[in-house]
Design a protein around this ligand. Structure first.
Ligand code: IPE
Ligand code: IPE
Ligand code: MG
Length: 246
């Protein structure tokens, strides 16, 4: 029996988030430059986006560039930005053909102007697509996102727009970049690292975590299916007892 056939399509994560890690090590293992690892990583992005849309996953969020990644050597940062621009241009058709809407989270103003323009163009052209929302986390840092939310909420309190007592989960959610997205159900990290690296700290409060040693350029459909099958075998208790869930 094929792996795909063992997936329960009625129990998919509503929101899948992926920390796409290991491009550099993948290249190094092959004696290639890190840039080629990133190039190769874009192929996995395409494969996984299409596989998620086909399965019926409604929200896919990909960690593509963190606030901390700005501290990498300038040459690598420049290369990553070039790869991003090229991939956006090239994959607009993939998004349209698969009815996928593009969204972006992070401090997008820090991206080079040409990347911002390309991003906004693809977001605009795909805005009416309905099958899946693909969110790219770019120049994204969860702490920065939370700081911005706290500032904006404080400002509203100061101006009597909201009261302190009304601050709850939903008010916080509304002030995050992810305001239109449901909570993360499944978080995958490739490359064998067991950390979150400043990604969606608030939003993964009750996510199932899945770590694999596979490096991102090698992570393809079958690996995605395995992660989803692992997710479906878990009992999500949300603090309750097992008996209460059944
Ligand atoms: C993930 O791969 C891509 C980005 C962070 C932009 P890395 O570039 O982190 O690859 P490793 O972790 O060095 O192997
Ligand atoms: C996290 O990977 C960021 C992205 C995948 C975009 P990193 O490779 O930057 O994270 P660390 O440095 O291992 O924590
Ligand atoms: Mg890494």
């Amino acid at each position: 029996m094929k792996l795909l056939d063992t997936i329960d399509l009625t129990n998919l994560p509503k929101h899948l988030a992926i920390i796409m890690d290991g491009n550099g090590r993948w290249a190094k293992q092959k004696g290639m430059l890190r840039a080629l690892g990133h190039e190769s990583g874009t192929k996995s992005v395409k494969v996984n986006i299409k596989a998620c849309a086909k399965l019926g996953i409604e929200n896919l969020t990909l960690y593509a560039f963190s606030t901390e990644n700005w501290n990498r050597p300038k040459l690598e940062v420049d290369t990553l930005m070039k790869i991003l621009i090229r991939a956006l241009k090239k994959e607009l058709k993939t998004l349209q053909d698969n009815n996928i809407k593009l969204n972006a989270i992070g401090c997008l103003e820090k991206l080079p102007k040409s990347a911002q323009d390309e991003l906004l163009d693809v977001i605009n052209k795909t805005k009416d697509n309905t099958r899946m929302t693909l969110t790219l986390a770019l120049s994204y840092g969860s702490r920065e996102e939370i700081i911005n939310a706290v500032r904006n909420i404080s400002d509203k309190v100061k101006n009597n727009i909201i009261s302190i007592d009304s601050i709850d989960d939903s008010i916080i959610n509304e002030h995050l970049y992810t305001r239109n997205l449901p909570e993360v159900d499944l978080l995958i990290r490739t490359s064998g690292e067991h950390r979150i690296s400043n990604f969606l700290l608030w939003q993964i409060a009750y996510a199932e975590l899945y770590f694999t040693d596979i490096l991102w350029p090698d992570f393809k459909e079958q690996d995605l299916y395995e992660a989803i099958i692992s997710y479906q075998k878990r009992e999500r208790r949300f603090g309750k007892t097992s008996e209460q869930i059944k």
